[in-house]
Structure formats: C-alpha cells, structure tokens
Design a protein around this ligand. Structure first.
Ligand code: SF4
Ligand code: SF4
Length: 135
C-alpha cells in the first residue's frame, strides 16, 4: 500500500472530525499493539486496529474510508479494555463509519422526490433516510 504522509494531512479536517465525533485523543496512542492482539475480528481485517489509530493520526483519509476493517469491527470493545492509554478505539472506528455514512447521506434527497414517489415509497425507507441526517 502506497501511503502519502505530509504535514498537511496530519492536521486535516478529517482528523479533526474523527476527534470531534469520537472524543478520543489520537496522539495518546504509542502503537503498543495490545488492541490488535486482543481483537477477535482481526483475521478478517485489512488494517489492524492499532494501524487504524496510526492512519487516523496521520490523516490518511482515503485509506481509512475504503478499509473493510471499519465494517468488520463488531464494536465488542475488547480493544478499549486492553488499551493501556485509555483510548476507546471502537469509538474511533465508529466515528470513521459515521463520516462515511454522512458523506453518502444525500444519495436520496427527499425534497427532490415527486408527490407520487413520496406516496409510493415505504415509510420505513423515508424514516431510514431521515435517520442518516441525525446519525
Ligand atoms: S471493538 Fe472492533 S476493533 Fe475493537 S476488539 Fe472489538 S472488533 Fe476489534
Ligand atoms: S492498545 Fe492503545 S496505545 Fe496500544 S496500539 Fe492500541 S490504541 Fe495504541
């Protein structure tokens, strides 16, 4: 994997958004790897939990958003319990998922639906769409 590390990336808005949503200080991580060593889903991941934190520190947005690990994470919180620095890794992963979901939230724009479409669309689909605006 080719990685572009630059000063501009390290302080980008993606990093700030992860910190804002997760409430975690990414810089506390010193890459001990205890989170990955205890993760039950690690064999299916393309980026390990400690690497997710490292990539987030470095602002590697594209690598994180296209990673399958953020969807494989089962939010079991084992990594949170094992981290000697008290970082809630699961919340960081959740924040990355949320950023991606919010990015896609306008795939369906309710205001652009015709009256006919609004009456035909199942209510649960509309509710689901609204939930993305508030996730
Ligand atoms: S919360 Fe996710 S990353 Fe952490 S141990 Fe569980 S599956 Fe692995
Ligand atoms: S356990 Fe904590 S300090 Fe160690 S690599 Fe994972 S996030 Fe970083």
């Amino acid at each position: 994997m080719r990685i572009n590390i630059s000063r501009k990336n390290i302080k980008n808005s993606f990093v700030e958004k992860i910190i804002e949503i997760s409430g975690q200080n990414l810089l506390h991580c010193y890459q001990c790897g205890k989170c990955s060593a205890g993760c039950p889903a690690v064999s299916e991941m393309d980026i390990l939990p400690n690497q997710i934190i490292r990539f987030a520190q470095l602002g590697l947005k594209e690598e994180l958003l296209k990673s399958k690990s953020i969807w494989i994470c089962a939010s079991c919180m084992t990594c949170n319990a094992r981290c000697p620095k008290g970082i809630n890794i699961a919340e960081v992963i959740e924040a990355i998922r949320l950023i991606l979901l919010r990015k896609r939230e306008d795939h369906v724009q309710i205001e652009k639906l015709s009256d006919d479409e609004k009456t035909e669309v199942p209510p649960i689909a509309l509710v689901s769409n609204f939930r993305k605006f508030t996730s």
